[in-house]
Design a protein around this ligand. Structure first.
Ligand code: PLP
Length: 387
């Protein structure tokens, strides 16, 4: 028998999904999952939005248009891109935030980019997605791992990049560090962006889950829009509508008034030749939430509660660590969103001795820590610090 597959290598499993499998197989009842980025309830199950319950599922089985559901996109833009003029936006509905990233990468490659610059710590899948889309990845200094804060070299590095470079940041709740830019720094970034004519790609998977006020989750996007330069933003509705397995995202290009048709049709071509069109169920559901002001308000209130509980648990965790005289994780309380990056933690020991799962990078999902398990997490962390 011929072997047709000799030139294939075995590729290591995705670390986050592999860890999740391991977690599910662990039969210790007190186990805690601080790995995969999902929002959970006090029992550790996926959080279900009350405001999204009780909707009958769609009875329409027809394909969605390649570009997605127009009403869903319109309503979404009105709420989340309210700072932008409609004529300057073009959006396509996608299969989660991941596909929004991939479509953006493909389009950047088609317009002649061969390199994209990401922060030195970024969502691990960014590297794979953009390589798959045909781009080389370079990284700039963003995070100072010793201090768990923004790197002091960030702006100098940006200034040293070639003009018109393609730069990526998360819109808010930077994965995996939780380190975002405050307004003053956003202004500085926008000044450099204007001078250097950067093309920005923002990844927005955590809108509604970061700052006390939701509008601040979109401040970076708004200010980049105000530079007048074209940019792209990839939204995921996995976390903020709990639609993980249903797969809903949106990719928007802004400030592109004269190029709308070119961008739209090229994105549609990539869509058509890869997954053809998005699933109908999640955008039907999201549309029901977005277009009904009462349901929308309930959803926004729930989001606000989740956001506040993430902020609270960050503070509780640090206070309790401080009581044990541990101060190396103090920055957790100043960070935002779902994640913080804990270096100097023996993650194998956390798993083996305490049944607490987090990837070897030390990224913790803050939402996995609850008032009812925080003492256990604090005790485990205190015993797993690598000196
Ligand atoms: N972008 C970032 C920064 C993420 O953290 C994630 C999910 O973890 C995604 C995109 C992808 O989201 P989705 O699950 O909707 O594909």
């Amino acid at each position: 028998m011929p072997n047709f597959f000799t030139n294939l290598d075995i590729i290591p499993q995705d670390p986050i999904f592999a860890l999740n499998k391991e977690f599910l197989l662990d039969n210790r009842i007190e186990k805690i999952n601080l790995g995969i980025g999902v929002i959970t309830n006090d029992l550790g199950n996926i959080y279900q939005f009350q405001s999204l319950q009780n909707f009958s599922t769609t009875t329409n089985n027809h394909y969605l248009p390649i570009e997605g559901d127009e009403s869903f996109k319109d309503n979404f833009e009105k709420i989340f891109l309210d700072f932008a003029e409609k004529e300057k936006i073009v959006s396509i509905q996608t299969v989660g935030g991941t596909q929004a990233n991939f479509l953006a990468g493909k389009l950047f490659s088609q317009i002649g980019y061969d390199t994209i610059y990401f922060p030195n710590y970024t969502w691990s899948n960014h590297l794979g997605i953009f390589e798959e889309a045909g781009l080389k990845i370079k990284q700039f200094d963003y995070y100072n791992a010793n201090q768990a804060t923004l790197s002091e070299n960030f702006f100098t590095e940006l200034k040293s990049l070639p003009d018109k470079s393609l730069i990526s940041l998360d819109a808010c709740g930077q994965n995996p560090t939780g380190v975002d830019l405050d307004e003053k720094r956003i202004d500085e970034l926008c000044k450099i962006t204007k001078e250097k004519q950067f093309l920005f790609f923002l990844d927005a998977a955590y809108i509604g889950l970061c700052n006390p006020k939701i509008e601040n989750d979109l401040l970076l996007a708004k200010k980049i829009y105000q530079t007048g330069l074209p940019f792209a933003i990839a939204f995921s509705l996995s976390k903020n509508m709990s639609l993980y397995g249903h797969r809903l995202g949106i990719l928007s290009f802004l400030n592109i008034a004269n190029e709308k048709e070119k961008i739209a049709t090229n994105l549609e071509k990539i869509m058509r030749t890869t997954v053809s069109n998005s699933p109908r169920y999640p955008s039907d559901l999201a549309l029901k939430v977005l277009q009904d002001s009462k349901i929308r308000q309930n959803w926004l209130t729930e989001l606000q509660q989740i956001r506040q509980s993430l902020i609270n648990i960050r503070q509780t965790l640090v206070q309790k660590l401080n009581k044990k005289n541990i101060h190396i994780f103090d920055e957790i309380k100043n960070q935002t969103g779902l994640f913080s990056l804990l270096n100097k933690i023996d993650t194998e020991k956390m798993k083996k001795d305490f049944s607490i799962y987090l990837p070897s990078s030390g990224r913790i999902n803050i939402s996995g820590i609850k008032q009812n398990n925080v003492d256990k997490v604090v005790e485990a962390l205190s015993q797993c610090i690598i000196n």
